[in-house]
Ligand binder design. Structure first.
Ligand SMILES: [Zn+2]
Length: 326
């Protein structure tokens, strides 16, 4: 059973927010599409695992563990009574080759090696186990969930560490006789005790480089007509309340400026004062926790996910959002 949900990674949310408010450079476009592809691969992994079934397993996804003074990211950790399996999901496409300890794509040598990354992550778990009184074995596989991924290698060991899309269902079926008793519960607890948050990142962007204002949630246009309680998009006709726009802007702020806490003024700057400051203040009080520091008040969102929050707003709002699908 999945013990936690899988959310879009923070880096992906950053590039999505950035793409709404800035013309992306080629490198930013590349990062965005890579991160989207990675998340699609992980979602496909989850979907196929759901299809096969996993009630007899504990699965913790997308987590950071602090072990031996460093932080490592894991896509998926499967826990059973006597072993742990670490899965690294790589949604690669195209023809790859692994020869002489190096990866090649179309004969070009690659800088990152998923097997080395996986081995490092696996050894951290081994070390965690060795320091505990629990008895378990740690195994690992790189999962390649994309149909369009071909891999050749002269090294048999690499084939044993890889699971291709065509093998994935059988791979998940191979867990069907596993059990989760007390030892598995204790292993989960051991892992949970090492969970940490993602290391802090600095802001990459200055607010002056961004388009200020509000944009349509459907077509992303900044051409909005202001009504008394709502904005209407001039391009697609969708209507969204002030509240919807403000919460979207608060999430944009959170992803774009991770190291600068949001203030009423910084939010007003981002939305280019399109909504009056008292309404902004009420929305901040409703949707955020406030922290007073000296003369300033900072706001942090009460919810982790914009879409979840949007459905709550839409189910209770007086002036309904109306998305026009052309
Ligand atoms: Zn629109």
């Amino acid at each position: 059973m999945f013990l936690n949900s899988r959310e879009k990674p923070i880096e992906l949310l950053y590039y999505i927010a950035l793409s709404k408010r800035k013309e992306l450079t080629n490198n930013e476009k590349y990062q965005l599409s890579n991160l989207e592809k990675g998340f699609e691969g992980e979602s496909l992994y989850d979907e196929i695992f759901d299809f096969i079934g996993h009630d007899n397993l504990y699965i913790i996804r997308d987590l950071y563990l602090h072990i031996n003074n460093s932080v490592t990211q894991y896509d998926s950790i499967i826990v059973m009574d006597n072993r742990i399996v670490v899965n690294e999901v790589k949604n690669l496409t195209g023809d790859y080759r692994y020869d002489n300890n190096s990866w090649y794509k179309n004969n070009r040598q690659m800088e990152s090696d998923p097997f080395i990354q996986l081995n490092r992550a696996k050894n951290k778990i081994v070390s965690l186990g060795n320091k505990s009184s629990l008895d378990f074995y740690t195994d690992s596989k790189v999962i390649f969930p994309n149909d369009d991924f071909n891999f050749t290698s002269d090294n048999e060991k690499m084939h044993n560490q890889a699971v291709m899309r065509t093998q994935l269902k059988n791979y998940f079926r191979s867990f069907r006789n596993e059990t989760i008793g007390d030892n598995a519960k204790n292993i989960v607890q051991l892992i949970k005790n090492s969970i940490t948050s993602k290391p802090d990142t600095a802001d990459f962007i200055n607010i002056s480089e961004l388009k200020h204002g509000l944009y349509c949630g459907h077509c992303s246009s900044f051409n909005l007509l202001k009504g008394k309680f709502q904005f209407k998009c001039s391009d697609c006709g969708s209507i969204e309340s002030y509240e919807t726009h403000l919460v979207r802007a608060m999430f944009d702020y959170k992803y774009l400026f991770p190291s600068h806490p949001m203030t009423r003024l910084s939010l007003l700057q981002l939305i280019d004062y399109k909504i009056n400051k008292n309404t902004v203040f009420c929305a901040l009080k409703k949707h955020c926790y406030s922290v007073k520091k000296g003369n300033s008040t900072y706001y942090t969102l009460k919810y982790s996910n914009f879409n979840q929050q949007l459905s709550v707003i839409r189910s209770t709002q007086r002036y309904k959002d109306k998305i026009i699908h052309s």
